[in-house]
Design a protein around this ligand. Structure first.
Ligand code: SF4
Length: 689
């Protein structure tokens, strides 16, 4: 340890922020982080990083880090030993399970934590606690995309790599803002567009940086993407531009699908989406002329009541035009958190074991029962949205959550906070005292990625190794160690000594990861799933076949769900998303000096037209009111937004400014992903500033 303090160390890590998955070396001396150095050998980013990866690490040494377990005593939290905290948790969870049954407890995993931590958590929930009530934050973002992919092509991951996106003739970005949310990936698209003749179509309410660069910027009315995508698909078919050979050889359901498009005429699409027929035709022509097309999408598509259906419509368009299975083609839902892909992959979902095998499938379940030596529940459990409802209904009595600030990031947060307050027992495991922690009975101090070993999986399905840079601070521990301790306190007899052992177990059970091995992940090496037993990665999916028993993809007819119609007094639409400099609620980035200095807080974007109409300017204070709550914000007037459309970055840990004070409990019909993007508000100008 003394050597460690006196010498400069260089340790490889993988970024803790977004799903692009940049890797770099962290230079440290003692606990001081001296610099972040990317490498030409880094498979995703090479020598690039964005501001968060470069400067966003001060939080690990923040004085606000939790370093001891805390136990609620009345209105206060007092420090405790690990033993006392673990005994309390085991006693309470054990007795609640005994009294109300295994399904009376809900478990929330973390997309900030490693594959191994998610694997061991779902194993704990299923094999020790006897329920499938486990979920992660993909329910808040990309579950609808996964579900659209499952319907059409059969696998819940990006079709190819970032390299493939770079090779496309045409990139379509729908409801995403990669220049801020996935910066290093966006630079690849910017370069290909600027230097190599790649075409770019962007559909977004807001004129974000990619929209400014685009050859065509479509500005649909809120929630109407499915309509214009279907109309473009229909127009392509009407012109005879569909890929006949591909459809005949590789796709089922064409005839039925073609008929389902009848209503999506150009006139209808223009009327619903506000996009002119000329723009729709130009879009169809550009798709037709491109030899390879890939579609990138994110929350602007998924966070609607029809999120799964719009994701499906995008896959239908790609199938109709033969854009799967070749370099430069395919579907790319962009993953938000660094390990949201991995959390889903490794089974913290109420319906899937690791590798997307159904808990209801007898053969699969028997495989896990044999390996774990227990009987497992066969019914899917509650997802995180259903857990909140189950608290209200009195069915869910306790929760155990790690690395997730549910009280701030779930929609309709006033309601969620009320529900968390009703739990009989609540365990929160985090690196900071989060907003959610205030409702906890026990708080367990965890370690961030720099203080542990493990692997993360990025948006390309790429599994990458990260190494311990610093020892865990104070009495904090890596999440996998804490979960193992909790499991053992509840009767397990586990003795994993390193995450590599957990990965070996996962690889032996889930065919998708059959050949994943730490030996093949050393240093800058990586593996992309599906990984064959001999260790070979899959870079591009669907080259030979789609992931269905007959190997064919499925065209899946969908219908448009009109966005929720607000009462007339809520006259403004409120879009929301991210800032380049901050990540989500900002619990890490606002604690990074350099970043906070540059962007100390958030703001509300208002169009010049609306500002003139309401008599407000930069810095004016306004209150936004929705049927579910209110927030107070500072105004920024910008032509990035138009007319009565507002934009609020979600990056704040200040509850008074948090978007989810305003959002509703409406969800995507299929996955229960909150429809965060369907909010209308009224605006009051505050004069006593
Ligand atoms: Fe980290 Fe994403 Fe920035 Fe890369 S692009 S440095 S992964 S936040």
């Amino acid at each position: 340890a003394s050597m460690r303090h006196s010498r400069i160390q260089r340790t490889k890590t993988v970024c803790t922020y977004c799903g692009v998955g940049c890797s770099f070396e962290v230079w440290t001396k003692g606990r001081d982080i001296l610099k972040i150095e990317p490498s030409i050998d880094a498979p995703v980013n090479g020598i690039s990083t964005c501001i968060k990866g470069k400067w966003g690490w001060d939080f690990v040494n923040s004085e606000e880090r939790l370093t001891k377990p805390l136990i609620r005593k009345g209105d206060r939290f007092v420090e405790s030993s690990w033993e006392e905290a673990l005994n309390l948790i085991a006693g309470k969870l054990g007795s609640i399970r005994e009294e109300y049954g295994a399904d009376s407890i809900g478990y929330i995993a973390s997309s900030k934590c490693s594959n191994e931590e998610n694997y061991i958590f779902q194993k704990f929930v299923r094999s020790i606690m006897g329920t499938n009530n486990v979920d992660n934050c993909s329910r808040y973002c990309q579950s609808p995309a996964t579900s659209g992919l499952m319907r059409t092509v059969g696998m819940g991951g990006d079709s190819g790599t970032i390299e493939d996106i770079q090779q496309a003739d045409l990139v379509m970005i729908v409801g995403a803002n990669p220049a801020e949310s996935h910066p290093v990936l966006a630079t690849r698209v910017k370069r290909a567009h600027k230097l190599h003749g790649q075409k770019l179509i962007v559909s977004d309410l807001r004129k974000n940086e990619m929209a400014e660069r685009a050859d065509i910027h479509l500005h649909p009315s809120p929630g109407s993407d499915l309509v214009w995508v279907s109309a473009v698909t229909k127009y392509i078919i009407d012109q005879g531009w569909e890929d006949h050979g591909f459809l005949t050889a590789r796709v089922d359901g064409y005839e039925e699908f073609r008929q389902s498009l009848d209503q999506y005429t150009l006139e209808y699409a223009e009327q619903v989406s506000g996009i002119s027929q000329a723009e729709l035709i130009a879009t169809a022509e550009m798709i037709h002329q491109a030899k390879s097309v890939c579609v990138l999408w994110a929350m602007g598509v998924t966070q609607h009541r029809g999120g799964t259906d719009t994701s499906t419509a995008l896959c239908n368009l790609l199938l109709t035009t033969g854009n799967f299975g070749r370099a430069g083609t395919g579907a790319y839902p962009l993953r938000g958190h660094n390990n949201v892909q991995g959390a889903c992959d490794f089974g913290t979902m109420p319906n899937f074991f690791p590798g997307y095998e159904k808990v209801s499938d007898d053969d699969v379940r028997h495989r896990y029962e044999q390996a774990w030596g227990v009987e497992l529940p066969s019914e899917p459990g509650y997802d995180n949205h259903q857990m909140v409802d189950a608290i209200e209904e009195g069915k869910l009595k306790a929760m155990y959550l790690f690395g997730e600030d549910m009280a701030l990031v779930d929609s309709n947060s006033n309601f969620v906070a009320d529900m968390l307050g009703k739990l009989d027992f609540f365990v929160v495991q985090d690196i900071f005292f989060s907003n959610t922690a205030q409702y906890a009975d026990v708080i367990l101090p965890a370690s961030p990625s720099l203080e542990k070993d493990g692997t993360f999986t990025n948006t390309e399905r790429r599994i990458q190794r990260f190494y311990e840079v610093l020892a865990p601070l104070g009495d904090s521990k890596p999440d996998w160690c804490i979960i193992q301790d909790v499991a053992n306190a509840l009767g397990a007899n586990w003795n994993y000594t390193h995450p590599s052992e957990i990965m070996a177990e996962a690889a032996s059970l889930a065919p998708l990861f059959a050949g994943v091995h730490y030996d093949l992940l050393e240093g800058w090496n990586s593996q992309l799933w599906p990984v064959h037993p001999n260790g070979t990665s899959t870079h591009l999916l669907y080259e030979e076949s789609f992931h269905f028993p007959n190997g064919k993809a499925k065209l899946y007819p969908v219908e448009w769900t009109q966005p929720y119609e607000p009462e007339a007094m809520y006259d403004l639409h409120l879009n929301n998303g991210r800032l380049l400099e901050h990540f989500h609620e900002g619990n890490m980035t606002y604690k990074a000096e350099g970043i906070r200095h540059k962007v100390p807080g958030t703001w509300l974007e208002v169009s010049p037209e609306l500002a003139a109409e309401r008599g407000i300017q930069d810095g004016s204070k306004v209150r936004l009111i929705s049927p579910f709550g209110k927030v107070k914000l500072s105004v920024l007037v910008t032509d990035r937004v138009k007319g009565k459309e507002l934009y609020l970055p979600m990056n704040t840990s200040n509850e008074e400014e948090a978007i989810n004070r305003l959002t509703s409990s409406y969800t995507d019909k299929v996955t229960h992903t909150p429809s965060y993007k369907e909010i209308n508000v009224m605006m009051e100008v505050l004069t006593d500033q």
